[in-house]
Write a protein that binds this ligand. Structure first.
Ligand code: TYD
Length: 138
């Protein structure tokens, strides 16, 4: 599984750091939605779903967390601990976010509006979906 991590350009000077994210320039899609998680309770695992079409970039803009990605065949764990790094998550990818530090703020840039129909929330459905897709490719 290929992990796509973006390293954004920090515009640092003697006042501190600033990162700017523009669609199609720093982010490979039109940004239609931004949301973020904070005050995440210790031990919690968030996500636990895949999306049929949505693409996302996760940026832990404060603190740290881990992301487990699963494409149905392979799993990988990616630590997010730098505010200038973004993890790209394609569609049809099961994700779980966990190990949040108490100060973690996880920002998500999404390619579309919130749509419950786009979610695959059952892991067995996700596996069936991925395996059916790869069968169709043969
Ligand atoms: P949820 O999908 O459970 O978050 P995660 O899977 O990342 O842990 O979302 C939590 C709540 O927030 C749920 O009631 C739906 C709502 N929500 C929105 O209203 N808009 C959004 O863009 C998102 C991501 C969630």
């Amino acid at each position: 599984m290929q992990i796509v991590k973006y390293v954004f350009q920090p515009h640092g000077d003697d006042r501190g750091q600033l990162v700017a994210l523009e669609e199609y320039r720093d982010i490979p899609f039109e940004i239609k939605r931004v949301y973020y998680m904070y005050d995440t309770v210790a031990g919690v695992v968030r996500g636990k779903h895949a999306h049929r079409t949505l693409e996302q970039i996760l940026v832990c803009i404060h603190g740290s967390c881990k992301v487990r990605l699963d494409n149905g065949y392979e799993k990988k764990i990616i630590p997010l601990e730098r505010p200038y790094e973004g993890l790209y998550i394609a569609n049809n990818m099961w994700r779980e976010m966990y190990d949040f530090s108490p100060d973690a703020v996880l920002m998500v840039l999404a390619s579309d509006m919130y749509d419950e129909q786009d979610y695959i929330r059952d892991y067995d459905d996700f596996i069936n979906c991925v395996k059916n897709k790869s069968l169709k490719k043969i």
